[in-house]
Design a binder for this molecule. Structure first.
Ligand code: SF4
Length: 626
């Protein structure tokens, strides 16, 4: 069932008014992959009447008041991605295309969509019902953070948007509690998984973060703040936080408790249409639907904790997975659809092969604060075990009408190698049955010092894994290949490091890389912290950070150039570990999050370049917007 988007649809349902109106920067696809769709269905299941307004016009009230005013609250999200990431490339150029907009043209979502939509509601709504913000943009901007697009430290989006409550992380539990409390006239101040604004500290057991003023002035304070923030994201092992913003406080209540398997199964078992809502269909095709329509989410969370990724801060480091039964039923429903062509495009999550096992200690007491589960090496307490995913895939293949089940989510090949019992069988199974021409893996780089900045293990086994993959393909008579995701201009990466990586990809992997991304400093990641401070936050030693846009492009171009110039160094096989940068860094395998001394203050922003870029962005934005 679609949630209503017009008054006429409400009338058909016999609803005279709505309890909650959800507003999104994406169009409305009814799918378990879309946040507003999931949140809307959870509220509906518990008796609340919910409507959806997608991509409203922000200049008039014609869209935002289309459904009237809600009885309880407005819910606002930028959509599946931060609006500035959706709108701009890593080089701060306007993106022309948008996979979440009908017609595919990027002309609907305003920059800082959460703030823009909250302002829109405040401008036109007369009832002044509370505004609850959530989704990735609100979640990752919930405390003071560095904003790459303005090149500034910004305060919590809760203050900047003037909304009333911020829901962070996976929002099902928090949003339900907010709805119930507002309905029953109870306080919404201390709900887990939310942030609020307060004139005073509401719980003295909460941990104080360095204030907005302090982190704006002092990069070391920002590093201290970020460690505390990162360490208090676990549902079982975290405390609440508070941070002074001028004369008021941002209060972050402890994270929401994770949904158990039964609850996850229920959420993924709702009657999703897996289609674009008819109201928006007339505006054109939505590209994102091609991928998500025939894909299945098997789990949430990721313990990879790569420094450039915010999944740990948003979804958590504990993997929670659906039951095999629930996933098989979803595949059966998919197979019974008339337009299903027999191919399930993906069965996975943030990292596909994290399905079906977890560290027992973590499940009982929460994530360790002083070490990571699979970095720099795999923790012995995490018993890697691919057997549950193998069983699941076997059963999915047996479903009537299913010809192929692909895994297109990323995989951790180091985990496959580490699983001595099932790893080889898993890889063979992948090669025989689940690769759609190419298998995606993400070594990201090859130079050890850069990998250490990324929080990725050294890629010592990559060539070995490639050999195994190729051998299996040869034996099964298939011509499948590996696709490697690589990052240019990550903090710590120099032009020389990219030359070493190029040499490695040419000589050892025999490829001209195509999947190369320039690092984007998105809010609330360790890599962004490094980008801004130019310090390794774990050792406080200075690191090289490429901030010049031409320099970033040059790093990418060094890797994707088609012809490898056979210069004098080329034939001399370089050890990737011997980059110039690496010599200056001491390998620290027992990396602990936080704690050490500051060596040098460093501020080498290319201010003029950034100023000009921002000027260009604003100019372009004005021209491009409706
Ligand atoms: S014991 Fe190991 S696997 Fe378990 S939470 Fe700690 S670091 Fe992760």
């Amino acid at each position: 069932m679609f949630l209503p988007t017009t008054i006429e649809e409400c009338k058909k349902l016999g609803w005279k008014s709505l309890d909650v109106i959800l507003v999104s920067g994406d169009t409305y696809i009814d799918s378990s992959y879309i946040g507003i769709s999931v949140i809307g269905k959870v509220l509906l299941k518990h008796g609340f009447r919910v409507g959806i307004i997608a991509q409203p016009d922000i200049k008039t009230n014609k869209d935002i008041l289309r459904l009237g005013e809600p009885n309880l609250f407005w819910g606002v999200t930028s959509g599946s991605v931060d609006s500035l990431v959706t709108n701009y490339t890593a080089s701060k150029k306007w993106r022309k295309k948008d996979d979440y907009t009908p017609g595919g043209v990027n002309d609907r979502r305003p920059d800082r969509a959460v703030i823009a939509y909250t302002n829109l509601i405040k401008r036109f709504s007369k009832d002044k019902k509370p505004i609850v913000i959530g989704g990735i943009e609100a979640s990752l901007r919930r405390v003071a953070h560095y904003d790459f697009w303005s090149n500034k430290m910004r305060g919590s989006i809760l203050f900047n948007s003037k909304a009333d409550i911020l829901v962070y992380g996976m929002g099902e539990r928090a949003i339900l509690e907010i709805a119930h409390n507002l309905k029953n006239g109870k306080s919404t101040d201390s709900i887990r998984g939310t942030c609020i604004k307060s004139r005073e500290i509401i719980d003295y057991e909460y941990i104080e973060l360095p204030s907005l003023d302090e982190v704006k002035k002092d990069k070391l304070k920002y590093i201290e703040m970020f460690h505390l923030f990162y360490q208090n994201n676990d549902a079982l092992a975290s405390k609440g936080l508070y941070q002074k913003h001028d004369s008021r406080y941002l209060i972050q209540n402890p994270p929401a408790l994770y949904l158990d398997q039964e609850e996850l199964d229920e959420i993924y078992g709702f009657d999703y249409e897996n289609e674009l809502h008819p109201y928006y269909r007339k505006e054109g095709k939505v590209k994102a639907l091609d991928t998500i329509k025939y894909s299945i989410s098997t789990h949430r969370g990721c313990y990879g904790a790569c420094n450039f990724c915010a999944i740990a801060v948003h979804q958590g480091r504990t993997v929670r997975w659906r039951s095999e039964d629930s996933i098989v039923k979803e595949a059966e429903r998919m197979a019974s659809r008339k337009d299903f062509n027999g191919y399930i495009k993906d069965v996975g999550g943030a990292t596909a092969n994290m399905y079906g096992f977890e560290c027992k200690k973590k499940l009982k007491l929460g994530s360790c604060k002083d070490k990571e589960c699979i970095y720099p090496t795999i923790c012995p307490s995490l018993k890697i075990d691919h057997s549950a995913q193998l069983n699941l895939l076997d059963n999915l293949r047996k479903i009537n009408g299913v010809k192929k089940v692909f895994i297109t989510s990323g995989l951790r090949y180091d985990m496959i190698i580490d699983d001595k019992k099932h790893g080889d069988r898993y890889l063979k199974n992948l090669v025989d049955n689940h690769v759609s021409g190419q298998l995606k893996i993400a070594p990201e780089h090859m130079v050890d010092s850069v990998l250490e900045c990324m929080g990725k293990p050294h890629n010592d086994n990559l060539v070995n894994f490639k050999k195994k993959f190729n051998d299996l393909n040869r034996k099964s008579g298939q011509k499948q290949f590996l696709t490697y995701y690589l990052i240019a201009a990550h903090p710590g990466s120099t032009q020389k490091d990219m030359a070493v990586l190029k040499e490695f990809t040419s000589k050892e992997l025999n490829i001209n890389p195509e999947q190369v991304q320039i690092f984007t400093p998105t809010p609330s990641t360790y890599s962004t912290l490094m980008y801004y401070t130019e310090l390794d936050p774990f050792t406080l030693k200075p690191i090289f950070v490429e901030k010049n846009l031409r320099g970033k492009e040059a790093q990418k171009n060094a890797l994707i150039k088609k012809e490898y110039h056979n210069n004098s160094n080329h034939n001399k096989k370089k050890n990737p570990k011997e980059s110039s940068n690496h010599k200056n860094r001491k390998k620290d395998n027992s990396r602990k999050r936080g704690s050490s001394k500051y060596n040098r203050k460093s501020d080498t922003f290319d201010k003029n370049v950034n100023k000009n870029v921002n000027k260009n962005i604003n100019k372009k934005r004005r021209n491009k917007k409706r």
